[in-house]
Design a protein around this ligand. Structure first.
Ligand code: RM4
Ligand code: MN
Length: 381
């Protein structure tokens, strides 16, 4: 039963995790990094080949701009993966200094909206069902712009995108507390994202990036609440020690990840309706193994959450047995699920140890040798 649910798990990896990345201080180049989206998909296919549960790859536009998106999708299929969410990028053009869809200048707002609509065209071409919207929009200084007018401009753009969505397509609105804006951020929290989505309808949902909250925020509460309202569309998983660190999910706080997964399962969110996506950057560690490790971390947290004895938990809760209820949860969290997952992988025809199997495969040596010349992909900030 637990194994069946785990076998069906689907974790999406981000194309940008395979490219070079860094901080505003330095981007360290690595060997074998993809030069184009085709090579990024090849690397993502390795993550799926060794874990068996990462069958889709999110694209980021324009980082993954190609001549033919149909051709890119065909290439993905031939590699055994599919195209997942299309991530819009309205934060790197010089025009967006004062915002994108909330910019005070109508011409800039139009340009940003056109990009978002273009992303829906790419969804049509690739068969992607999900558009992910993150806006860096905001202000740095009190008085810089009208907070309410910016909300109106945002609502206008979201409406236009919503109207453009086809059958079976949806958008996920992402929030982030701060950065790059340091005073007002136009979509800073789940409440703002939720309110905009609620007004639009079922095809608009909220995505929770686990790195986008103030320290100490109870993310599992947000998850429980949004699920209850049918507004949790998915996750951008990563972990953080300080701000939006984009470190490997489950690295900083595996217990938080377990608590989140438990709420997903209890709230009926363990299925295709809630997308489990990774949004990470591997600045100093090798990228493909970094993704494999991250997928395994989510899988381990999920296995532990599935092992919670929910009947025993409900009984303890009914009886007001505070310590008993807590113990039920902790027993599951403290279970070593690695043998179970090894067994599951063997049943799926995979090596029980994906990290070791990848290291032995020779793929890294191959790409390091082959990918000489050209320009390595990166997030180019
Ligand atoms: C943003 C946000 C988006 C991601 C970019 C790279 O902070 O998390 O989801 O697409 O970073
Ligand atoms: Mn994100």
């Amino acid at each position: 039963m637990v194994k069946d649910l785990l076998r069906r798990q689907h974790i999406e990896t981000p194309s940008w995790a395979y490219g070079n990345s860094g901080t505003r201080f330095k981007v360290f180049a690595q060997q074998g990094v993809p030069r184009d989206p085709y090579e990024k998909l090849a690397d993502a296919a390795q993550v799926h080949a060794f874990t068996g549960i990462a069958p889709t790859v999110a694209l980021h536009i324009p980082w993954d701009r190609v001549d033919s998106y149909e051709d890119l999708a065909r290439h993905a299929r031939a590699l055994g993966v599919g195209i997942g969410a299309i991530n819009s990028n309205v934060f790197q053009d010089d025009d967006y200094k004062l915002g994108s869809v909330t910019h005070p200048d109508q011409a800039v707002r139009r340009k940003a909206l056109d990009h978002l609509l273009h992303c829906v065209d790419i969804m049509d071409a690739t068969g992607s069902a999900t558009l992910k919207l993150w806006f860096s929009d905001g202000t740095n200084y009190p008085g810089q712009d009208d907070i309410r007018a910016r909300q109106d401009r945002l609502a206008f753009a979201l409406e236009r995108v919503y109207e453009r969505l086809g059958e079976g397509q949806r958008f996920l609105l992402e929030y982030k507390l701060f950065e790059p804006a340091f005073y007002v951020t136009d979509v800073p929290d789940w409440g703002t994202a939720y309110a905009h989505c609620l007004r639009l309808g079922d095809k608009a949902q909220v995505v929770v990036d686990t790195g986008h909250h103030a320290p100490g925020t109870n993310i599992e509460f947000i998850v429980a609440f949004l699920l209850r309202e049918g507004k949790l569309g998915g996750f951008d998983f990563n972990s953080r020690f300080y701000a939006d660190d984009d470190l490997m999910v489950g690295a900083a706080d595996p217990f938080q990840l377990f608590r989140i997964m438990f709420e997903v399962i209890c709230g009926g969110g363990y299925g295709p309706q809630v997308a489990f996506m990774l949004d990470q950057c591997h600045n100093i560690e090798p990228k493909i193994p970094g993704q494999i490790r991250s997928v395994m971390n989510v899988q381990e947290a999920t296995a532990k959450a599935l092992l919670v004895d929910r009947d025993a938990l409900a009984a303890a809760q009914r009886e007001g047995d505070v310590l008993g209820a807590n113990a039920v949860l902790m027993d599951a969290y403290n279970t070593d699920v690695r043998p179970l997952l090894g067994e599951l992988r063997a049943e799926m025809g995979l090596d029980p140890d994906p990290m070791a199997a990848y290291a032995r495969s020779g793929y890294f040596e191959k790409i390091a040798a082959e990918r000489a010349g050209g320009t390595q992909s990166g997030w180019g900030a």
